[in-house]
Design a protein around this ligand. Structure first.
Ligand code: ADP
Length: 634
């Protein structure tokens, strides 16, 4: 079964290539790009939200630690102003005698011990140290001129002196708070307290906190990481550096810049900074990123910055990005698989529908053809009926013709029959008359001989009439005939004429059983031999007749040949036409060959004519054998 090709018609080749190209090359590329893109987006989003969470937490922590620093600094804020109340201090400033100095030194020493500050000292209005808590130490400040210090300059003008610096004597960093000592509205000296803030740094380190405090110059004065200490958080101009160096605030420190590899501002006071990894702990990372949150410390020009490492967050974000990429890749894979499956199902459905359609078409065609076949079958049946009727009519006509032919032959033969019968009749008359006379004479022997002859003559006459009867009888063509008997009967019928013409007979036949009615075969033979005798009549050469036979597959071929004058070419064309005769007067009816040919054909054989080169005519009768087998000649 063929399906309709229209149903399977694909896309034109030029168009069919492109989707395949797209599917095989562009789609995977697109999926890979999308996977990477979405993974990166996932990473960025996760990082963004992570930073937001971190900054919220960091803000709280920053607040907490800023408060701690503020309270640490606030503890000492009012300590210098307390010295205003101490009369020994004002006495010393009014009268810098050795006695007064000793008194104040001892007082300051005690105060310093109790307040756990680094040092407390008193300066006169020129900036010279009048008394100090560390008066016993070798590197005591006593007598030193500290007028260059900014805290002194502020305090002597009546402003609070706040200062972080490295001691010019000890080289030790510290936080200096200075206060102008007033008496009766006039500043008579300056009280200074130096505090060390390392405790804060230690506390940060213990809490594993990364933080630093930068002063008004942008110099880190406190840091959980010692390597960042005394570095500037922003670039310093050459002038500033010069100024700071001259002020000796940071002693001789180079004040290098804390240079981040990358800096990104996220919000007010929130930055993302990346430093090179200077940590001694060996890690895979060459750089460390932090979320830096900065806040101004109250009552100071300082800023505290909290650094929250972003490493964990980045790892987490990378995981999230990876998860998104994998999820997308999985989804894409599932979608492709689903799409492929959908296409397969669609193709199958289309094929099934096409098959169904082809089936329907086939069924329609079968129905149409069946209808046509039925109609033509009916037509054929009608034709067969008509043909049968025609055949019946033809057979009847043939029978009639045969019968007519026979009767005609009988008519033709009547003269010779009469002659044939007259002869024995005359002999009978003579013999019977003689027999009567011989009986009267008592010659019984001769009478008996005559009676025997009479008997023979009657037998002969009986045979002649029997032949005539069987010739005239209607026969059917379903019987079988003995060739030998038929030849004998025909020769018997024509014996008289053969005798008259003195024909020489050559017989070379097999006695075969042929599929034809005996009478019909005899009739054919009588016609053919009779015609030959007619043709050879009156010719100067002695007439000869050949009856020869041979097997031809399942048939037997009988040849009746004479050495007569033959047939002229014009007459040859009309030989088998009914009523064609060349015989004069009543002698010929022109039915003999026609009837013989139709009888042969009715028996499944045929009758044809040959014209041998040596002369004469040969009629060839081909008839089917009852048992197609070879036999000996008769
Ligand atoms: P009819 O014998 O009545 O003429 P046929 O049909 O038997 O009719 O023969 C038709 C004609 O064929 C004959 O008139 C004769 O001219 C020709 N014919 C038949 N047999 C022979 C033969 N053996 N030799 C020559 N002519 C023949």
């Amino acid at each position: 079964m063929k399906c309709d090709p229209i149903l399977y018609r694909g896309a034109p080749p030029s168009l069919a290539v492109k989707p395949r190209l797209l599917r095989h090359f562009l789609l995977p590329l697109l999926i890979i790009l999308l996977t990477i893109g979405l993974g990166y987006a996932g990473y960025r989003i996760s990082e963004h939200f992570g930073i937001r969470t971190l900054s919220e937490t960091g803000e709280r922590q920053l607040e907490l630690h800023a408060r701690t620093v503020e309270s640490e600094l606030g503890k000492y804020t009012y300590l210098p102003s307390l010295l205003e109340l101490e009369s020994s201090v004002s006495q010393l400033l009014a009268d810098p005698s050795a006695q007064n100095r000793v008194t104040v030194n001892q007082y300051l020493e005690g105060l310093n011990r109790r307040s756990r500050s680094r040092a407390i000292y008193v300066l006169d209005t020129t900036g010279r140290v009048m008394a100090t808590s560390n008066w016993r130490d070798t590197d005591s400040y006593l007598g030193e001129d500290l007028s260059f210090r900014a805290y002194f300059q502020d305090a002597v003008r009546g402003q609070p002196g706040r200062f972080y610096g490295i001691g010019s004597t000890s080289g030790e960093p510290g936080y200096y708070l200075a206060h102008g000592l007033e008496e009766q509205g006039k500043i008579i000296g300056v009280a200074v307290i130096k505090v060390r803030l390392e405790a804060l740094e230690e506390r940060w380190q213990r809490a594993r906190l990364e933080a630093y405090v930068s002063d008004e110059n942008g110099i880190i004065i406190l840091s959980s990481d010692p390597s960042r200490r005394l570095k500037s958080i922003r670039p310093l101009s050459a002038d500033t550096k010069e100024r700071l160096a001259r002020s000796l605030q940071y002693y001789w420190w180079p004040l290098n810049e804390l240079q981040p590899l990358e800096r990104e501002s996220l919000a007010e006071g929130v930055e993302k900074v990346t430093f090179a990894n200077n940590s001694e702990v060996v890690t895979d990372h060459q750089e460390v990123s932090y979320l830096a949150q900065t806040r101004r410390l109250n009552d100071t020009p300082w800023d505290i910055t909290l650094l929250t490492p972003l490493q964990d967050l980045r790892r987490e974000a990378a995981n999230q990005g990876m998860l998104v990429a994998v999820a997308f890749a999985l989804l894409a894979f599932l979608l492709i698989a689903w799409n492929e499956r959908r296409k397969v199902i669609a193709t199958r459905l289309a094929a099934r529908e096409a098959l169904q359609e082809a089936n329907n078409q086939l069924e329609r065609k079968i129905t149409e053809r069946t209808t046509h076949l039925r109609a033509s079958n009916e037509r054929l049946k009608g034709q067969i009926r008509e043909r049968r009727q025609a055949e019946d009519t033809l057979r009847r006509a043939q029978d009639e013709l045969v019968q007519a032919g026979k009767l005609a032959a009988i008519g033709q033969m009547s003269t010779s029959i009469a002659h044939e019968l007259n002869q024995p009749l005359a002999a009978l008359r003579t013999l019977s008359g003689n027999t009567v006379r011989f009986l009267e004479r008592g010659d019984l022997k001769v009478a008996a001989d005559n009676l025997g002859t009479i008997n023979n003559l009657v037998d002969r006459m009986g045979r002649i009439t029997a032949n005539l009867r069987s010739f005239a009888r209607r026969g059917d063509d379903h019987g079988q005939a003995s060739l030998g008997k038929a030849v004998d009967a025909a020769l018997q019928l024509l014996a008289n004429r053969m005798e008259e013409s003195g024909v020489q007979l050559h017989r070379d036949l097999n006695d075969e059983l042929l599929k034809i009615d005996q009478t019909r075969l005899e009739q054919i033979l009588v016609n053919l031999i009779g015609n030959a005798l007619d043709a050879m009549q009156g010719q100067p050469t002695p007439p000869q007749l050949w009856l020869t036979g041979e097997f031809s597959d399942d048939k037997y071929r009988l040849r009746v040949r004479d050495n007569g004058p033959g047939i002229d070419p014009e007459a040859r064309k009309h030989l088998f036409e009914p009523f064609f005769t060349t015989k004069p007067g009543e002698q010929g009816l022109g039915l003999g060959l026609t009837l013989s040919a139709s009888l042969a054909a009715a028996a499944g054989g045929n009758l044809s004519v040959e014209f041998p080169a040596i002369g004469g005519v040969a009629f060839v009768l081909l008839l089917p054998l009852v048992q197609p087998a070879k036999a000996e000649p008769i």
